[in-house]
Design a protein around this ligand. Structure first.
Ligand SMILES: Nc1nc2c(ncn2[C@@H]2O[C@H](COP(=O)(O)OP(=O)(O)OP(=O)(O)O)[C@@H](O)[C@H]2O)c(=O)[nH]1
Ligand SMILES: [Mg+2]
Length: 238
């Protein structure tokens, strides 16, 4: 089981990790929307880390122009991008979000405060609490519900949004996790590893979710089916 340590006061940093594949339309607004002053008020420096996942539309350069640290990862894949980002994060607390303006970056300071005040190790978020109409297709809602059910039956994890990509976690937890997937199942793998295998202190927190800016990267049915098979497989072969 994961052993927690007491946080020190000095040089506290929150790393916001943003995987980005051809997100030129949104990336600068995502970075500018991160409330660095709100984090500073809590005593945290910010590291904004964009993982440019082989973009061909200048996403990485655009991110750099507005002050983000950019790491280039030519091996495509959502999970691959995250693994590279996690290895480069300096913060004791890590926050994640997409590069498409869907997630409420304005909530980051509140989420960080919640993690610290409740002495949690991991927060996952529930986008269904306050979802702008049209932000998620009917297909993705159905897919999400099926994957939620599978997560409950296979792992006993009861969450409302198994596919949310906004998390807050302690960096010290990451080295304990066996993160294998380089693709979309990474999102549920992280939750399964934190909750089922590490039995860390966690909560699912309601958030706002907005319509995407820029073209969708998700391949709905294909990615959903892949996630389902992958979840079964992991239960028996870790
Ligand atoms: N799908 C996908 N996303 C990637 C990849 N590498 C980085 N990303 C980024 O990971 C984030 C998640 O991808 P999205 O296409 O937003 O997937 P989603 O949020 O499930 O679905 P929509 O936002 O509805 O399209 C985005 O910021 C992508 O730019 C990759 O290889 N595939
Ligand atoms: Mg997205």
């Amino acid at each position: 089981m994961f052993q927690r340590t007491t946080e020190t006061k000095e040089s506290k940093t929150v790393s916001v990790i943003i995987p980005a594949l051809n997100e030129a339309e949104a990336i600068q607004d995502v970075i500018k929307s991160i409330p660095q002053s709100g984090l500073a008020a809590l005593g945290y420096q910010s590291q904004i880390l964009v993982v440019d996942n082989g973009s061909t539309d200048g996403t990485g350069e655009l991110a750099r122009q507005v002050g983000a640290e950019t790491v280039y990862e030519p091996r495509r894949g959502y999970g691959r991008a995250y693994k590279t980002g996690l290895a480069r994060a300096r913060g004791q607390i890590l926050v994640t979000c997409d590069a498409d303006l869907t997630y409420p970056t304005e909530m980051i300071p509140d989420l960080v405060r919640l993690l610290v005040e409740e002495d949690l190790d991991f927060i996952t978020t529930n986008r269904f609490h306050d979802m702008v109409p049209g932000a998620m297709s009917a297909r993705n809602r159905v897919g999400n519900a099926v994957l939620n059910l599978a997560l409950r039956l296979l792992y006993g994890i009861r969450i409302a949004d198994s596919q949310s990509g906004m998390w807050v976690l302690k960096k010290e937890l990451v080295s304990k996790l066996r993160l294998i997937s380089d693709q979309m199942p990474f999102s549920e793998e992280l939750k399964i590893e934190c909750i089922f295998y590490e039995r860390c202190r966690w909560r699912e927190v309601p958030i706002t979710y907005r319509e995407r800016v820029g073209p969708e990267k998700l391949h709905g049915w294909r990615d959903g089916f892949h996630n389902l098979i992958w979840m079964f497989r992991k239960r028996f072969v870790r």
